[in-house]
Structure formats: C-alpha cells, structure tokens
Design a protein around this ligand. Structure first.
Ligand SMILES: [Cu+2]
Length: 120
C-alpha cells in the first residue's frame, strides 16, 4: 500500500506536536533575557533537556552588530542541560544579542535569540 505524501506530512506534524515538550527549550539564561548586567565573563544557558555539545552553537553580537569572540562551550559538570560559553573579551557597555541553536539528546533542533544590556 502506498501512503500519500500528504498523509506522511500530517503524521510528522502530529509527532512534532506530541514531542514538543521533549525539546531543549531555553529555561534560564545568565545574563538574564532582557536583563541589564555588569560585563559578564560567560554566557550560561539552562535548557529543559540535555544538549549535544557538538551540535549546539552560541553566537554573541555586540552593539555595532559585530560578532564578539567566544571561547569553547562546555556543559556543566554532571548536567548536560546547562551550557556554559566563556566570553573571550571584556564587554563594553551596550546592547548584546545571544543567538543559540541547540540539539537535544533526542536529536531535535531548537533555536532562539535574546538580548541583554551591559551597563557602563
Ligand atoms: Cu525533542
């Protein structure tokens, strides 16, 4: 029996919907989402699920839109859901944007972005 592509598509949407709770969603960030902070030395992202370090990417852009150099990301000792990314230089005052892409241990991709402000 052949299954039409339309039916396959609706099956995959249904699966995506039922498994949505299992994806790595950002639950907490340091600096906090929308927060104003002293220059941070690292970005800490706490996800709802463990993430695969190899396929998880974080970038930081600064007030002028330029990319800020970041160190190698690690996960917290004993907690694969916490991603820590060192910031390789002292941040000057202004608004920064964090873009993150994560692949959770169940192989699902999630991504998002948020801003924080560094106070002078
Ligand atoms: Cu998932």
């Amino acid at each position: 029996m052949r299954i039409s592509p339309k039916i396959l598509l609706s099956i995959s949407f249904a699966l995506a919907a039922t498994q949505a709770f299992a994806h790595a969603q950002l639950e907490k960030a340091t600096p906090p989402v929308g927060g104003t902070v002293s220059p941070p030395s690292e970005i800490r992202l706490e996800f709802s699920e463990g993430v695969e370090l190899k396929f998880t990417k974080v970038t930081l852009s600064g007030p002028g839109g330029g990319a800020v150099p970041l160190g190698s990301a690690t996960t917290a000792a004993g907690n694969q859901a916490v991603l820590i990314v060192p910031i390789a230089k002292a941040l000057s005052a202004g608004e920064y944007t964090v873009h993150w892409q994560a692949v959770s241990v169940d192989t699902h991709h999630t991504q998002g972005a948020f801003e924080f402000t560094v106070k002078p």
